[in-house]
Design a protein around this ligand. Structure first.
Ligand code: AMP
Length: 141
């Protein structure tokens, strides 16, 4: 299974936020969109990524209320990205090795979607279920 096949099913939608927004805005959007990360965009350029983990760290380490902390202070600037023709097994390796759960997918400088660890697990489960189905019908034929 390739990442573009996962994106075909889940869509190319990537939820974004501005670097000048606050962490309170991030929390609202994560809850509203029911997701775990937002890509930080400066116009049409990727400036970073911010996830629920960063919110947790800010809560633990920063005295200020979330409405007083800017995204730019807490985001990760060096964004690890994947490509549409990458195999799901490779993506699993990247997510595990880098200890991240979100991988934006970029094709020739164009953002084409984001894959979460949940999407990877779903793809594997679907794949195994299908394989199991065919093996059973093969055994019983
Ligand atoms: P996560 O497990 O995805 O919630 O993220 C854990 C930490 O890694 C957070 O500090 C994120 O900002 C960061 N992070 C998540 N995804 C990426 C990514 N694709 N590239 C770089 N950093 C990331």
């Amino acid at each position: 299974v390739k990442t573009h096949q996962i994106l075909r099913n889940k869509g190319e939608n990537v939820y974004c936020i501005s670097p000048e927004a606050t962490l309170a805005d991030v929390v609202s959007k994560l809850v509203d969109k029911n997701c775990g990360s937002l890509l930080v965009m400066n116009g049409d350029k990727v400036a970073g990524i911010i996830t629920e983990r960063d919110i947790l760290r800010a809560c633990a380490a920063d005295e200020r209320p979330l409405s007083k902390i800017r995204v730019i202070e807490k985001m990760t600037v060096d964004v690890v990205i994947g490509s549409p023709d990458e195999d799901v097994n490779t993506v699993m390796g990247t997510l595990t090795e880098k200890r991240i759960r979100h991988l934006p997918i970029v094709e020739q400088d164009r953002l084409v979607g984001i894959i979460s660890i949940g999407d990877v697990v779903k793809a594997q489960v679907d794949h195994l279920a299908m394989e199991n189905h065919y093996l059973k019908s093969y055994i019983h034929s």
